[in-house]
Ligand binder design. Structure first.
Ligand code: SF4
Length: 449
């Protein structure tokens, strides 16, 4: 229609190059109002009072009938009073006066009521945001209708939804790819799956990464990078004891250069916080360091079955002369999170204990998560009750391999359901914009309704 209109506006007998014709089409397109007929029935149109003047609707709700909001109060302008406005009006300059504003508000109210062909409901909130009682609008005083108490309602769905089967990969040509991708799984991969199968799918199968952070967020919002800096400093410091401040300064500068982190207030703030946390750790003498030979950043890989192996890295392995060892995992987290991790359902700790035995040939004596942010927190297990550690759980030896293989089996069977074990952690998840968690939660709720 627009192309025809553009052609009609041009000289029919003249040949035009395409780009000239296209310019005309674009002009017509810009000027022509395009109206789509909205045939939807199950919608509520939310309109301003001005927009509502054009509509006639069977049922109209006018909300916010609160004094001073509808009608709005127009206070006299001390620099441009009504008397001056009236004078200008009599001289032919059209300027609205307070009385005209009031008439306009009244006209809006009347047209909102007149637009309802079946039912008009006028409502106002009884209390404002501070909990103080609202006064109803003056317009309500003029109505003859009796006020009615509001009724608590919860619309019932017209039909019960049956939740669709959870999303899964079923295509026969894709399943072998999943087999391939799960030949080598990391402990953090298992924990990601236990938090949410879709998170594992996005992070480890598809290897999706979030967009690079903005320059000002490269360190401030980047907890992974902060953790990496702390890990690098501790790996070097534990092997070669030295002043931790200068060492941290060097590692921090290298990281800023490599990741192009801008100097500024937040960088300085984080620098000081990290330094303070590291100095606190360096001064903490609770760990019986002298009795152990330490190895840091230990890469491992061991088989779980003929086709699956576990690979990862242990931050620190402290081995005693008799071959018994502690596994230490640094966490740049606050004490509460570290304690929660100890009591969680994750597989990292049992898999590290398994790795110490299978990949490094030591006898595990304990495993600690070591929290460094805000305080030095050891949360873990110890066969000698070191630092109040609980004994290593017996079931780790019995079923950790089985649990891990069961998870691998589910991944290989195509399970990618967005089902977070802890929904509070969804806000930290890189896949939160693509997993359609709200949709899946709404369907679950509808199913339960
Ligand atoms: S945001 Fe939550 S539901 Fe979505 S993928 Fe991440 S963990 Fe799963």
């Amino acid at each position: 229609e627009i192309v025809e209109e553009a052609a009609g506006a041009l000289d029919a007998g003249r040949l035009l190059p395409l780009d000239a014709f296209w310019r005309t089409v674009k002009s017509v397109l810009r000027l022509k109002p395009i109206r789509f007929e909205d045939r939807r029935r199950n919608v509520v149109h939310v309109l301003s009072a001005h927009e509502a003047r054009q509509w006639a609707l069977p049922v109209v709700f006018v909300c916010g009938m609160v004094e001073k909001q509808f009608p709005q109060i127009h206070r006299p302008d001390p620099f441009f009073p009504d008397s001056a406005r009236r004078q200008l009006n009599t001289s032919g300059v059209r300027i609205r006066t307070a009385a005209e504003f009031e008439r306009e508000e009244r006209a809006l109210f009347d047209s909102a009521l007149a637009g309802a062909t079946m039912l008009a409901t006028l409502s106002y909130p009884e209390f404002d945001a501070r909990g103080e009682r609202n006064l109803p609008s003056l317009f309500l005083d003029d109505l003859f209708a009796e006020p009615q108490q509001s009724r608590a309602v919860r619309p019932a769905p017209r039909r019960l939804f049956s939740a669709p089967a959870p999303p899964a990969i079923v295509a026969s040509d894709l399943l072998p790819l999943l087999l391939e991708k799960t030949r080598r799984v990391t402990p953090s991969g298992f924990d990601s799956y236990l938090q949410c199968p879709f998170q594992f799918f996005a992070r480890h199968t598809l290897r999706l990464r979030p967009p690079p952070p903005r320059p000002e967020e490269r360190l401030d919002q980047n907890y992974q990078l902060q953790g990496e800096i702390i890990h690098s400093v501790l790996a070097e410091w534990w092997n070669q004891p030295q002043e931790i401040g200068p060492l941290f300064h060097r590692v921090f500068q290298e990281c800023c250069e490599e990741s192009q982190i801008q100097p500024g207030y937040h960088t300085e703030r984080l620098y000081n916080a990290m330094l303070e946390n590291l100095e606190r750790f360096a001064a903490d003498k609770r760990w019986p360091r002298a009795g152990y030979h330490s190895q840091t950043e230990m890469q491992f890989e061991f088989p779980l079955s003929d086709s699956v192996c576990v690979a990862g890295r242990i931050d620190r392995l402290d081995t005693a002369a008799d071959g018994r060892a502690y596994i230490i995992d640094y966490k740049y987290s606050v004490a509460k999170n570290v304690r929660e991790r100890k009591h969680g359902n994750q597989l990292q700790a049992p898999l590290y204990v398994m790795a110490a035995e299978k990949a490094f040939g030591v006898r595990p004596l304990g495993m600690f998560f070591l929290g460094l942010k805000g305080s030095v927190e050891y949360a873990g297990w110890s066969e000698t009750a070191l630092l109040d550690g609980d004994p290593l759980p017996r079931e780790w030896q019995l079923d950790v391999g089985e649990r891990a293989l069961r998870i691998v089996g589910e991944i290989q069977n195509g399970r990618i359901e967005p089902l977070p074990a802890n929904p509070d952690h969804c806000r930290f998840c890189d896949a939160r914009d693509i997993c359609r968690m709200e949709v899946s939660a709404a369907l679950t709720e509808a199913e339960g309704a």
